[in-house]
Design a protein around this ligand. Structure first.
Ligand code: HEM
Ligand code: HEM
Length: 242
C-alpha cells in the first residue's frame, strides 16, 4: 500500500489510528470499551462476508479444481457449486451490505479506490461465472485439435487475478477504508490483520504446490487427444469434467 493512498483515504476523517483509542488509550482495547454503532456493525458484517466470500470460499473452489482435476472426473461440479451456489449468496450479501453502509454514511458513489475496486470485483466475479460456464460447455475440440481453448486459459487467469485483487481490497478495507468511512472510533483488531496475512500465504503456497500436478494433467490431456485423433470422435471418453 502506498503512503499516498493512506493519506488520500484518511484526509477527511482524520487518520487517528493509535491516538483515539479506548479509555486507556490502547487501540486493542477499543472494542471492549464501547460498543460498535449500527453503521459500524453493518460495515463490519460487510467486511466479514466479503472476506469470507473472496478470500476463503473462492480460493477453496480454486484449490479443489487444482488438486482434484487429475484424480476425480467430477471435480468440475464441486468447483461450480463452490464458486456459484455457495460463494454467490455470501458475495452478493456482502456487497449489498457495503452498498448500504455507503448510503447510510451518505458517501459519494464511486469516489474512492475501495468503492471502485469493489464494483470491479463484483463485475469480474459475474464475468468469471459466465466465462466458466462457457469454458465448460463450449470446448471446440475440432478447432483446437483437442487442446484447451482460449476461454479456458482466460478463465484460469481471471480467477487468479480476482483472488489477488480481492487480497488487496481486503487489505485496503481494513487499513484505510474502515478509518476513513467510520471516522476511526474503533480500530480493526490486529487478529483480523493477521488472519488476512495467513489467508493470503496459505492460498498462494497451496496453489503453487498444486502446480506440481500440471505434468500429470498435461499427460492425461495428451492421452485423451491421441484417443480423439485415433477414434475420430470429438469426446471419446464422454468426459464430464472441465
Ligand atoms: C459457475 C461458475 C464456474 C464455472 C462453471 C467454472 C468452470 C471452470 C472450468 C470449466 C475450469 C477448467 C478450465 C480449464 O480447462 O483449465 C475451471 C477452472 C478454474 N476456475 Fe472456474 N468456474 C466457475 C467459477 C469460478 C470462479 C468464480 C473463479 C474465481 C476465483 C474460478 C476460478 C478458476 C480457476 C483459478 C481455475 C483453474 C484451476 C486450475 O489451476 O486448474 N472459477 N473453472
Ligand atoms: C473483497 C472484499 C471486499 C469487497 C469486494 C468490498 C466491496 C465494497 C463495496 C462494493 C462497497 C460499497 C461501495 C459503494 O457502493 O459506495 C464497500 C463499502 C465499504 N467497505 Fe468494503 N469490500 C471488501 C472488504 C472490506 C473490508 C475488509 C473492510 C474493512 C474492514 C471494508 C470496509 C468497507 C466500508 C467501511 C465501506 C463503506 C464505505 C464506502 O463505501 O467506502 N470492506 N465495500
Amino acid at each position: 500500500m502506498s503512503h499516498d493512498q493512506k493519506d488520500g483515504g484518511a484526509d477527511d476523517a482524520g487518520d487517528d489510528r493509535g491516538q483515539n483509542g479506548g479509555e486507556n488509550g490502547s487501540p486493542s482495547n477499543d472494542l471492549l470499551s464501547f460498543p460498535l454503532s449500527p453503521v459500524e456493525i453493518m460495515a463490519r458484517n460487510h467486511a466479514i462476508l466479503c472476506t469470507v466470500g473472496f478470500l476463503i470460499l473462492l480460493p477453496l473452489g480454486v484449490l479443489l479444481a487444482r488438486y482434484a482435476r487429475t484424480f476425480a472426473r467430477r471435480w468440475f461440479w464441486g468447483h461450480a457449486v463452490m464458486q456459484f451456489v455457495i460463494s454467490g449468496p455470501v458475495i452478493f450479501a456482502g456487497w449489498a451490505m457495503g452498498y448500504r453502509t455507503a448510503t447510510t454514511l451518505e458517501l459519494q458513489a464511486l469516489h474512492d479506490p475501495h468503492q471502485k475496486i469493489g464494483i470491479a470485483l463484483l463485475a469480474l466475479y459475474v464475468t468469471q461465472l459466465l466465462l466458466g460456464t462457457f469454458a465448460h460447455f463450449v470446448k471446440m475440440p475440432t478447432l483446437f485439435r483437442g487442446h484447451r481453448p482460449p476461454q479456458s486459459y482466460l478463465h484460469v487467469a481471471l480467477g487468479l487475478a480476482i483472488i489477488a485483487l480481492a487480497g488487496y481490497q481486503v487489505h485496503y478495507g481494513m487499513w484505510i477504508e474502515w478509518n476513513f468511512a467510520t471516522g476511526g472510533l474503533h480500530h480493526v483488531p490486529d487478529s483480523a490483520m493477521h488472519a488476512w496475512l495467513a489467508l493470503i500465504i496459505v492460498f498462494w503456497v497451496l496453489y503453487f504446490l498444486g502446480m506440481a500436478l500440471i505434468p500429470r494433467q498435461f499427460s492425461q490431456e495428451k492421452e485423451w487427444r491421441q484417443k480423439m485423433h485415433r477414434t475420430g470422435k470429438e469426446d471419446p471418453d464422454n468426459r464430464v469434467d472441465g
